[in-house]
Design a protein around this ligand. Structure first.
Ligand code: ZN
Ligand code: MN
Length: 266
């Protein structure tokens, strides 16, 4: 492969070590780390939806900012009944929290050891939040103890914010259920229709009411709380156009956040 070919890619896995080294040490490239989940998303979306979307948004932001995308953390925090349908459905494959914290902290420390000083962790799975915070905290602390005091890490959900006018267009008269119930719903279905249409089967969307969860959790989880499909809200109103709107907005949200914090040009 030519030098040009490896220069054109933002994917760490597609770079040779020396080009990677130059990009992060000499050019100060921001390294993006997508984090997702392997989790059921109803009958119509694939198990990899969360890590695929986090990876897609991270790649597009990295292309805008001259960054690099590290291989995604695909397995992640345990699916919870009221936010991801819970751990009981076949295919949902979660890590114990301390494994996830250790895994991400290890990856971030390795990137820091390579010379990366600006890292953006892009999250696509609701339940990851505080475990990623802990991993970022530890990586920053441990890098500082090793002499890399200048390591800075940004962490965000790719869907951390949505413009009211986008929400209005995407949900067109329907209520936004909240990101916790947006599991296999309009947002993820629309985004997948735009980014990976071959992996979406709209005909399989079940007609189920949005669950009215009690205000507590139980262990073991009660599978009866979750609609049969596993989706927590209906994705029936999702369109490819809405997906494009959402994806482009989230790419901008992430790019703007990273460039505001790390001062990288567009
Ligand atoms: Zn999801
Ligand atoms: Mn999820």
């Amino acid at each position: 492969m030519s030098e040009q070919a490896t220069r054109d890619t933002v994917m760490m896995s597609e770079l040779t070590w020396d080009v990677y080294q130059r990009r992060i040490r000499d050019e100060g490239a921001v390294v993006f780390v997508p984090v997702g989940a392997v989790e059921q998303h109803g009958y119509h979306l694939p198990l990899g939806t969360d890590w695929m979307m986090a990876s897609y948004v991270a790649r597009r932001a990295a292309e805008r900012l001259g960054g690099i995308v590290a291989p995604p953390v695909t397995y992640a925090a345990r699916s919870q009944v009221r936010t991801g349908g819970g751990p009981h459905r076949c295919g949902t494959t979660s890590l114990d929290a301390e494994v996830l914290i250790g895994l991400l902290a290890n990856i971030l420390c390795e990137l820091s050891r390579h010379g990366a000083r600006r890292i953006a962790v892009i999250d696509g799975h609701f339940e990851n939040r505080f475990f990623l915070d802990e991993a970022c905290y530890r990586a920053q602390r441990d890098s500082a103890l090793r002499g890399a005091e200048d390591l800075r890490i940004l962490k965000m959900l790719y869907a951390e914010k949505m413009r009211p006018e986008t929400m209005e267009r995407v949900y067109a008269g329907l209520d936004f259920p909240g990101l916790d119930l947006e599991h296999g719903g309009i947002l993820e279905t629309a985004m997948m229709l735009y980014c990976h249409p071959e992996l979406v089967d709209l005909s399989k969307i079940a007609d189920e009411p949005t669950p009215d969860f009690p205000p507590y959790d139980v262990f073991p989880a009660n599978p009866d709380w979750v609609p049969a499909s596993g989706a927590l809200s209906s994705g029936r109103a999702a369109t490819r156009e809405a997906g494009k709107l959402l994806v482009e907005e989230f790419v901008e949200l992430v790019s703007d956040a990273v460039s505001a914090e790390f001062g990288t040009g567009k």
